[in-house]
Ligand binder design. Structure first.
Ligand code: FNR
Length: 384
């Protein structure tokens, strides 16, 4: 596997390797998006309308890729973002991702939909461990969960605000994707034709939403992910309720799923310490703008007063450089590291991060910048 990983040059190669290893229903859960997947395509397409400006004959012998996030030094402006069900792509997937992030000295965000419990994850993750919350219907349970999360040393909380209702993901509906896996003849045939994945799952057992179970009790057998979200996620949580969250979370609070300057302004006014510009990788509302299109207005509104992170569609270090040039403080990854994880576990996730770091370093250097602050502004937007 190491040899195969070595021959993968970019994230697309890792995606192809993940596609070969995973049964279709699992690959589609990662790769798919909501509705016609127009937003997911737009996220990707928008990068081509942004052009980096190169510079020449600049002394590039010393370069610094690190930055500071909430007072912590990080080695790259990259974060391994929250993704659920990681144990379905590789056994102990959460731990693999957490270790890969730790090796790069970048933050890892644990998802409420993790397939690992809090104690195991706390052991594997480095000091830069962040937590993502899907607001639960029961405030008491949410409060108890957050107390445990803080106790476990997580200091940054991302409240995901674009999932009050789960996106309609057509691939998952067609594939009948559930957790724990519910087998039909077709799905069994699919699994058997991907023996490396099947053997791993047989040995480890079907992954479960372990953290949800710790927080709210056992998840009903055979429920779709969408069912679980609909049962447990609070779809009546509104701006005014942020006061309550602000009171019960002592650490830094970010809203994930902000896509307009007005919402960033309100988030900041409500006590949030930062925002993640996100459309959930096109997995929620289909037919919206790409996040990179939304980013400049939000950076302008923040005006350096609070960090602006961005995700959705990033597959290369060059694309990360474009977001940083536009003023983002860091880029959060979803599928890019998941393709690595699904292709080769912890080694695959680390390989994905190494590829992105190397591409980012070269892009930064070839614009003539030697640091993140020098990279700012070295980009222009062509024809909308
Ligand atoms: C996600 N995402 C997500 N977000 C979140 O806040 N909590 C979660 O549990 C999950 N789960 C999840 C699973 C999978 C398989 C994917 C692909 C994504 C969204 C994620 O954090 C991020 O916003 C997007 O993935 C960003 O888009 P890209 O990088 O995947 O294009």
């Amino acid at each position: 596997m190491q040899a195969r990983l070595k021959r993968t040059a970019n994230i697309d190669d890792l995606r192809a390797m993940a596609k070969r290893r995973l049964p279709r229903m699992v690959f589609d859960y990662i790769d798919g998006a909501a509705g016609d997947e127009a937003t997911a395509r737009r996220n990707r397409g928008a990068f081509e309308r942004l052009l980096l400006r190169q510079d020449i004959l600049v002394n590039l012998s010393v370069r610094e890729l690190g930055t500071t996030l909430f007072g912590d030094a990080v080695s790259l402006p990259i974060i391994v973002g929250p993704t659920g069900m990681n144990g379905a792509y590789w056994s102990q997937g959460d731990l693999c991702l957490a270790r890969a992030a730790k090796a790069e000295n970048i933050p890892f965000v644990m998802s409420t939909a993790a397939t690992t419990g809090l104690d195991a994850l706390r052991g594997a993750a480095g000091p830069l461990r962040w937590f993502q919350l899907y607001m639960l219907r029961d405030r008491g349970l949410a409060e108890a969960l957050l107390a445990r999360v803080y106790e476990a040393g997580f200091r940054v909380l991302q409240l995901t605000v674009d999932t009050a209702v789960p996106g309609r993901r057509n691939r998952d509906i067609r594939n009948g994707f559930t957790l724990p896996f519910r087998w039909s003849a077709g799905k069994l045939a699919d699994a058997v034709s991907h023996p490396r994945w099947a053997m791993q799952m047989l040995r480890a057992g079907s992954p479960t939403l372990a953290l949800f179970a710790e927080a709210v009790g056992p998840v009903p057998k055979g429920a779709t992910i969408s069912d679980v979200m609909q049962q447990q996620i609070n779809d009546a949580f509104v701006w005014e309720d942020l006061d309550w969250l602000r009171q019960c979370w002592k650490g830094k609070l970010m809203l994930k799923g902000v896509a307009s300057a007005e919402h960033a302004r309100r988030a900041h006014a409500a006590g949030a310490d930062g925002v993640v510009v996100s459309n959930h990788g096109g997995r929620q509302l289909d037919g919206t703008a790409s996040t990179i299109e939304c980013l400049p207005a939000i950076v302008a509104e923040a005006a350096g007063r609070y960090p602006v992170l961005v995700d959705s569609g990033f597959r290369s270090g060059t694309e990360i450089a474009k977001a940083i040039a536009l003023g983002a403080d860091a880029v959060q990854l979803g599928r890019a590291t998941l393709y690595g994880l699904a292709a080769g576990g912890e080694a695959g996730a680390r390989h994905a991060l190494r590829i992105l770091a190397d591409e980012f370093d070269r892009a930064l250097a070839l614009t003539g910048a030697t640091s993140i602050s020098e990279l700012r502004g070295r980009v222009e937007n062509v024809a909308r």
